[in-house]
Design a protein around this ligand. Structure first.
Ligand SMILES: CC(=O)SCCNC(=O)CCNC(=O)[C@H](O)C(C)(C)COP(=O)(O)OP(=O)(O)OC[C@H]1O[C@@H](n2cnc3c(N)ncnc32)[C@H](O)[C@@H]1OP(=O)(O)O
Length: 434
């Protein structure tokens, strides 16, 4: 049974505080003031200052569109400010993630987790996370996800690194040469982000449907991707351009949104690149290298990207950082494991340790022709792992054998589990920020 930190048998651990939810759809003046205070609190928590009216309106609109749940912690009184401001914020909502084999699963997304410096290490994050994950599990959501500011915090709640990305710098001078000419019978069109947005949305929907690890975009992406509003500058994005690639029938199958940031230095900032098929990304890179008055591009890319191998000189690409992106947490192991694709046909009894209880148990996993049947069992496990490791292995970013070598997967059937669970194709890839 799951431990319940808030059961009647435990005294309230925070008697000086109120933990409640905000109604994101409310038009009541009092609730709108609380929403404003909530937004300022998370923004200040990330050292971004309070939000101006325009940013607040945009945040509220997109948060409403996502139908997000906002959990806040309020002091009962404030002797200094008069009106108490939140000392804890925690936002969650529902999206979808591609778990492989073209299957999308509901995903519980978490963001804007902050606790004021005055209230640190009193268990507020633990409390908010505990309540939120328990509700998501009760609603039957199989997976939860977040992106993190610090790597040491979320493993204890069962999250593991499920996708990673590189930051790369690409030399766009004459050193940029592809080994083979891109055979392209399609076409490229240049447009503003606003003009290109409907087409980019269609392309992204197809990328989401076919890319393991990709997460559907939350509402705030729309204003940003369409150039309507740039969060950094606080105004419309007039600097970006979008090159859209069309296949020979005229159907868009890729795009790159970019801006040239510094005409002297010639830096191309790639803000979003989405493409279908192996040739289109190379064609878009060829396009970027053909831009005049540029010397270098900065982009994010998969850890293993065909671009490096497609170049005559692989040193044209410099990796400046490799980092975790999506942290995944399995809430319902039966639904999660039955949804993802599998390699070898076999049976393994899997023991999952989960300090929060949601995914804990022993499960017989039988795979056949790419699908799994998963049932709770009393048999002794042949493979044992923690729920955070299950999250890290779920999309296939890491191999089971690597995790076993790190001591995170144990048991006599590890090799069989690896043959069943490891993916042959490219690593999972997610570009959706939240
Ligand atoms: C998903 C996102 O939004 S990522 C962004 C997270 N937010 C930030 O980084 C903003 C700045 N930081 C903060 O707001 C806070 O320090 C938080 C939210 C990270 C932690 O909040 P707190 O209420 O202090 O955490 P809480 O007291 O519940 O501690 C929970 C556990 O996490 C641990 N922990 C908390 N902060 C950290 C940290 N920075 N590094 C390592 N461990 C930490 C605690 O030791 C505790 O461990 P235990 O349960 O094993 O004893």
């Amino acid at each position: 049974m799951r431990p319940d930190p808030l059961s009647d048998h435990h005294p309230d651990p925070h008697p000086d505080l109120v933990v409640d939810r905000l109604d994101v759809h409310s038009t009541d003046a009092g609730e709108l003031a609380r929403l404003r205070a909530y937004a300022d609190a998370w923004s200040l928590g990330f050292h971004e200052g309070g939000l101006d009216d325009d940013k607040h309106r945009r945040w509220l609109e997109s948060t409403r569109a996502d139908d997000a749940v906002l959990r806040a912690v309020w002091p009962r009184t404030s002797r200094v400010a008069g009106t108490p401001a939140p000392v804890g914020t925690f936002t969650s909502w529902q999206q979808q993630v591609n778990v492989g084999g073209g299957r999308l699963l509901p995903l519980h997304m978490i963001t804007d987790v902050t606790v004021a410096p005055t209230h640190r290490r009193r268990g507020l994050l633990r409390r908010l996370m505990g309540e939120d994950l328990a509700e998501a599990a009760d609603r039957g959501l199989p997976l939860a996800a977040l992106t993190v500011s610090e790597g040491s915090i979320y493993g204890r709640y069962g999250f593991g690194v499920a996708t990673r990305r590189r930051r790369i710098e690409v030399d766009l001078t004459t050193r940029f040469a592809l080994r083979d000419q891109v055979e392209d019978t399609g076409a490229l069109e240049l447009a503003t982000p606003a003009e290109a947005y409907p087409v980019c949305r269609e392309v992204f929907a197809r990328v989401l449907a076919t890319t393991r690890g990709m997460v559907a975009r939350p509402a705030h992406h729309a204003v940003h991707d369409s150039g309507e509003h740039d969060w950094e500058t606080g105004g419309p994005d007039r600097a970006s351009r979008v090159a859209v690639h069309l296949d020979p029938s005229g159907t868009p199958d890729g795009y790159v949104r970019f801006r040239v940031k510094d005409t002297d230095g010639g830096l191309v900032e790639v803000r979003d690149l989405q493409a279908l098929g192996p040739q289109v990304p190379l064609r878009l890179w060829r396009f970027l290298a053909d831009l005049d008055l540029t010397a270098k591009a900065r982009a994010i890319a998969p850890v293993e990207d065909p671009l490096d191998l497609a170049l005559t000189d692989p040193r044209v690409v410099t990796t400046t950082e490799v980092r975790d992106v999506l942290w995944l947490r399995v809430l319902d192991p039966v639904a999660a494991l039955e949804a993802r694709p599998w390699s070898a046909d076999a049976t393994v009894v899997l023991g999952i340790d989960d300090p929060l209880g949601h995914a804990a148990g022993t499960f017989r996993v039988t795979t056949e022709q790419g699908r799994a049947r998963v049932e709770a069992t009393d048999e002794a496990p042949g493979v044992r792992l923690g729920v955070d490791t299950l999250g890290a292995l779920y999309l296939g970013d890491r191999s089971v054998l690597t995790a076993a070598a790190a001591g995170r997967v144990t048991g006599s059937d590890v090799a069989t589990w690896a043959a069943m669970a490891d993916h042959a194709g490219p690593a999972p890839w997610n570009t959706t920020g939240f």
